[in-house]
Write a protein that binds this ligand. Structure first.
Ligand code: ADQ
Length: 750
């Protein structure tokens, strides 16, 4: 039997292709992710999918594919303009600064966003092609945020995991992203979403609430289509590999050479990509302040700053390079003597072995990002020191600050704080105990445990299999066959969220011309009911002139097409008035933006217009109070999309559906569409005897209660228009509307 594989997708492959005369050569990189995934490869076969780092002419694709296959990699080929818009553009000029809380550095350009969407689509297509049932998909980082949702839309049923390597910003910052909904929805396509820290999870949950109105639990977001697990999984390194390097000649040589160049001096090390998030200018200013405020350290300390060139074609990075050059020049000019300069600045990539030697030689590591997802350098420094404690001065804005309690945390924006932390570290050697705690974290939380924990959680997500729900297409054989045989079609259609998208004020959700025309056509050829939670008077006002039946307040009353309203008699108005109304009024007063909707047999409290967080908080309190006050009373409390509704327990769409199916028992085709929990009741109420002639459809996402799904209201309307056309050509007869009503109903008008 085939062992299910893991498909890893990242913007860049760990293999870079380059052309040498007539052949293609592959250079493999040995980044942290490669190390982390090595141990996963022992567990299950895996394929790495991504861009091979260079544009490849189409005629060469086959050859490059072949070379990459030998490295277990699958290419996603991108043109130059695609990488410009997707990678350098939207990813690195919008998401990168914004997610690092540097909103003023973002440059949104619609062209870049289009390229980002198109490239994410390309990745999703390539993953879909590579995935077989039972496989696992692990998508990496902000460049591919749309991929999880796109995979779902393509009908991929494998569990999808996503890891964000960078921070998730506060909801307040995130809100400014012009395409904020699209990125969030993209990520929410995953079954497992993991971040370095709880802080980022909490920011993400807040953004979902503020931007999409989606509420969540601390580690779970329940969507109608699936649940998204939220996990905190700080990445680690491979400490054994560093210990091994420390024993090697290259690290030893570097150690000796740097110590010999600075005899008797205390060394402070800084290793960063030359990126504006890494706080290199802040670090230099803090170091300058140390030398100014504590002259005793002049000539006694050296800061070795290694800065790896990064994104060198981007103007912000060129500017940063100039700024760092100038600062280094200024400080060295001011505090340098014939005995040497206080800063050694190396603007180069340095081998990992040499870095280990430098870490061993440096008593202090100074890491001051203004924002950093995790920061691997902090972990590498601790691992390289072995049993010889070193002082770690770390920005409180790095994810690693949450995991390394022995570090001296600083606010990098405060030059005084950085200088004082340096002064303290120079005066006081780190204690064994504080260093040991950090070492323990680095040794237990390795790159390997990180990737295995991720995979464990992703495999757990697979225990709940994704329902095999297909996208609705009325031309699909199972549906077209039913339609071709049908002579008496019956439709139950929910209104809000199904035929009409949600709006801030419920009264504004009037039907447009297209919906009215579709219902007119369909109603002329089939028996159609709009099954809604709305009041009879609203439904009458909006749809009363159309040839469709109406069901109001989740089944309180039913009006057959061209007929009269027939009401369910079980209405208990006094309890609603006495108990529920005062509670709702109190909460409306306390919650600005919330409103009460008065129905005949129900009361609804809408908080869509309230502050999302406060609204949710208030709703929780109100729910608890309602539960207490309505105990043993014939009412049910319904929690909908930012609405709490109290209604008579027997008024459910499930009851209404059963009633209607009895009335129209001669129907030979049933179509039900909905989008929220009350519609699940309607779908679940369809008796088994109807299953072979019923089509159920969910709007928005897949849902286990329905056979099919559509992405939007407009998609559904298009499909219903098509059905109206087909039935128009066939001229089916209407179902018999029972003259004998159930004894539970008595005739009334609304
Ligand atoms: P990066 O932003 O790349 O990663 P970081 O975690 O610090 O940041 O990793 C950088 C790596 O590059 C380290 O392994 C470091 O040793 C190496 N490096 C830095 N300067 C170098 C130089 N001059 N020469 C050679 N090597 C150098 C993103 C996020 C981080 C997150 C990681 C992993 O921005 O916050 O920790 O992913 O999830």
């Amino acid at each position: 039997m085939r062992k299910p594989k893991l498909i890893v997708a990242s913007a860049r492959l760990p293999v870079t292709m380059s052309r040498r005369q007539d052949s293609w050569e592959a250079a493999t990189s040995t980044g942290g992710l490669v190390t982390a995934l090595k141990s996963v490869a022992e567990r299950r076969p895996f394929t790495w999918l991504g861009w091979p780092g260079t544009p490849v002419p189409e005629a060469e694709h086959k050859r490059v594919r072949k070379v990459l296959a030998k490295h277990g990699s699958l290419p996603v080929f991108l043109t130059k303009s695609e990488t410009e818009g997707f990678y350098e553009g939207f990813s690195n000029r919008v998401l990168w600064p914004l997610f690092h809380n540097l909103g003023d550095r973002t440059h949104f350009d619609p062209q870049g966003w289009r390229a980002y969407k198109a490239v994410n689509e390309k990745f999703a297509k390539a993953i879909e092609k590579a995935a077989e049932p039972g496989d696992f998909i692990w998508v990496h980082d902000y460049q591919l945020a749309r991929v999880p949702e796109l995979l779902r839309l393509r009908g991929v049923t494998c569990p999808i995991g996503f890891f964000l390597h960078i921070p998730f910003p506060s909801a307040e910052t995130y809100r400014s992203l012009p395409v904020r909904g699209s990125i969030l929805n993209g990520l929410l396509g995953a079954d497992l979403l993991a971040f370095h820290s709880y802080e980022y999870i909490s920011h993400f949950r807040n953004a979902c609430l503020r931007v999409l109105g989606i509420e969540s639990e601390p580690e779970l977001i329940r969507l109608s289509s699936h649940s998204v697990r939220l996990a905190q999984l700080p990445i680690g390194i491979d400490p054994a590999e560093i210990t091994e390097m420390a024993r090697g000649a290259e690290a030893k040589n570097e150690y000796e050479s740097v110590r010999a160049s600075h005899p008797g001096k205390t060394l402070i090390i800084g290793v960063d990509r030359l990126d504006y998030t890494k706080g290199i200018p802040q670090k230099l200013l803090g170091f300058e302040e140390l030398l100014r405020a504590h002259p005793k350290w002049r000539n006694r300390v050296v800061l070795i700053q290694i800065a790896a060139p990064s994104r060198t074609a981007v103007s912000e990075y060129q500017q940063l390079k100039r700024q760092v050059d100038e600062l280094v020049g200024r400080i060295n000019g001011r505090y340098g003597t014939s005995a040497g300069a206080p800063i050694v600045y190396v603007n180069q990539n340095v081998s990992r072995e040499r870095l280990v030697g430098l870490f061993q030689a440096s008593e202090i590591a100074l890491i001051t990002p203004v924002r950093d997802g995790m920061n691997l350098v902090a972990l590498e420094y601790i691992a390289a020191r072995g049993s010889n404690p070193g002082s770690l001065i770390l920005s409180e804005f790095a994810g690693a600050a949450h995991c390394l309690p022995g570090a001296r945390l600083v606010n990098p924006h405060s030059v005084m704080q950085v200088a004082e932390a340096l002064n303290e570290a120079l005066e006081k050697r780190p204690t064994e105990a504080s260093f040991r705690h950090m070492r323990e974290f680095v040794e237990t939380n390795t790159a390997m445990t990180w990737s295995n924990s991720f995979l464990d959680q992703l495999e757990a997500a697979a225990v709940e299999p994704r329902p095999p729900v297909e996208r609705l297409d009325v031309e699909l054989p199972p549906i077209s066959k039913l339609v071709s045989k049908a002579t008496k079609p019956l439709f139950f259609l929910d209104y809000d969220g199904t035929l009409r998208s949600y709006v801030l004020k419920p009264d504004d959700a009037t039907p447009g011309d297209r919906v009215r025309k579709m219902l007119t056509d369909l109603g002329a050829r089939a028996t159609v009911y709009i099954v809604s939670g709305r009041t009879a008077s609203t439904l009458e006002q909006w749809l009363g002139d159309l040839p469709v039946g109406l069901v109001c307040e989740h089944g309180l009353a039913i009006k057959p097409p061209h007929g009269e309203w027939l009401r369910n008699k079980g209405v208990s108005g006094p309890t609603l008035k006495k108990i529920v109304q005062p509670l709702f009024e109190e909460f409306t007063q306390r919650t600005p933006g919330s409103t009460i909707e008065q129905k005949t047999a129900a009361l609804a409290w809408h908080y869509r217009g309230a502050d999302p967080e406060f609204g949710t908080f208030q709703a929780k309190e109100l729910l608890a109070l309602l539960e207490d006050s309505l105990r043993k009373k014939p009412f049910s409390v319904l929690r909908g999309a930012r609405v709490i509704e109290v209604r008579y327990a027997e008024n459910t769409k499930g009851h209404a559906a059963r009633e209607l199916l009895k009335t129209h028992s001669d129907a030979d085709f049933l179509f039900v569409a909905g989008d929220d929990r009350t519609d699940e009741e309607m779908m679940d109420a369809i008796p088994k005897s109807w299953h072979s002639r019923a089509v159920t459809c969910w709007v928005g996402q897949r849902n286990a209660h329905a056979h099919y799904w559509v992405q939007s209201n407009m998609d559904l309307i298009g499909q219903l228009e098509q059905l109206a056309r087909v039935f128009g050509e066939k001229k089916p007869s209407r179902t018999r509307s029972s003259k004998k009503r159930s004894s539970r109903r008595s005739s009334t008008t609304s």
